[in-house]
Design a protein around this ligand. Structure first.
Ligand code: FMN
Length: 323
């Protein structure tokens, strides 16, 4: 199925789930989509691995139709391999868009000239965007940081990406050197946004409905990508929309509502990964307990669950503590 997805036509503001390795998999994207994200960005996959048709990587890119519109992110540094990988992903799964990772700061990525390292080589970055654009018939977007070491590097870089054919750019308001320290510089995102005609999404430290509103106001961006603020909190998308539309947040899930969603997430997770998948669900369960009474005790229990039944028991304990 080829979708008619278009960033230019998509309703504003775009409030979307940011890609997170090991977190924004199919079960979590489904949960987030059911509750209210406009668009989900699937975790990054290696273009080399897709090129070689690695089974595990194929599994990471698979999705259910209810997750649409869904954008698959790829990383790599070879324009031909990335173009071929994007074409293969389109042929097999047909996501609504392809996103290129030019922002990841982790050593394993940048030491292989992937992720944020591409900001150091604008001609190569442009070549990658052009190659991927010509290989697929869906919008190609790029996710970047403010720069490698200087926060104003993005001001020129966004123009280069736009000229190369990018349909949308997401900017995380930190440099690679900053990694996750300091605060996301929304003002600089706003300055970069003004350099291009294509839509720009703001990202970084947007973790409450109020911050969605503030980031949109500060940047003039077409929307936001929410990452850590969505972990254990898939309600944030609906709440942000409510705040923007009604001036207040109407949905405050209590522990009963949370319990239903968490159980459904656990069931989807185990259905996707098999019974052993409960181990990789523990990290999500821990996030759901953030901020609850006795969160530390609950998290200690969360990291030990070995079955869906045990997830149910920890949730019962959480409910008793909160009522
Ligand atoms: C666990 C984790 C995994 C991440 N994986 C990716 C990824 O696969 N691709 C990407 O572009 N960014 C990735 N990021 C960065 C986030 O998408 C986002 O840019 C960053 O966390 C800042 O947004 P936030 O303040 O809303 O968390 C990851 C972040 C975290 C915390």
């Amino acid at each position: 199925m080829t979708s008619k997805f278009s960033w230019a036509a998509f309703p504003r503001p775009i409030i979307a789930l940011s890609p997170m390795a090991d977190m924004t998999d199919s079960p979590f994207c489904r949960i987030v989509k059911e509750i209210g994200a406009a668009v989900v960005f699937r975790e990054m996959v290696s273009s080399e691995a897709i090129f070689r048709e690695n089974e595990k990587t194929w599994g990471m890119a698979a999705f259910d139709d209810v997750e649409r519109p869904i954008i698959q992110q790829i990383f790599g540094n070879d324009p031909e391999v990335m173009a071929e990988a994007a074409a293969k992903i389109m042929e097999k799964f047909s996501p609504d868009g392809i996103d290129i990772n030019m922002g990841c700061p982790v050593y394993k990525m940048v030491s292989n000239f992937n992720g944020a390292c591409l900001m150091k080589d604008p001609p190569l970055a442009a070549k990658i965007v052009r190659a991927v654009c010509s290989a697929v018939n869906v919008p190609v977007s790029v996710k970047i940081r403010l720069g490698w070491s200087r926060p104003d590097e993005c001001l020129e870089f966004v123009k280069i990406l736009e000229d190369a054919g990018a349909a949308l750019i997401t900017i995380h308001g930190r440099t690679r050197t900053q990694n996750y320290s300091g605060v996301s510089d929304w003002e600089m995102i706003g300055r970069a946004r003004a350099q291009v005609k294509i839509p720009v999404l703001a990202n970084g430290d947007i973790n409450t409905p109020e911050k969605v509103w503030a980031a949109l106001a500060a940047t003039g961006a077409a929307g936001v990508l929410i990452a850590r603020g969505a972990l254990g909190n898939p309600w944030i998308f609906k709440q942000a929309r409510e705040l923007l539309t009604h001036g207040r947040v109407l949905t405050q899930p209590d522990i009963f509502a949370k319990r239903r969603v968490i159980l459904r997430h656990a069931e989807l997770h185990v259905a996707h990964y098999g019974p052993g998948g409960i181990v990789s669900f523990r990290k999500h369960l821990s996030w759901y307990f953030k901020g609850l009474a006795k969160a530390r005790d609950l998290r200690n229990q969360a990291v030990r669950v070995t079955s869906l039944a045990e997830v149910g028991k920890v949730l019962e304990a959480a409910q008793k503590l909160s009522t």
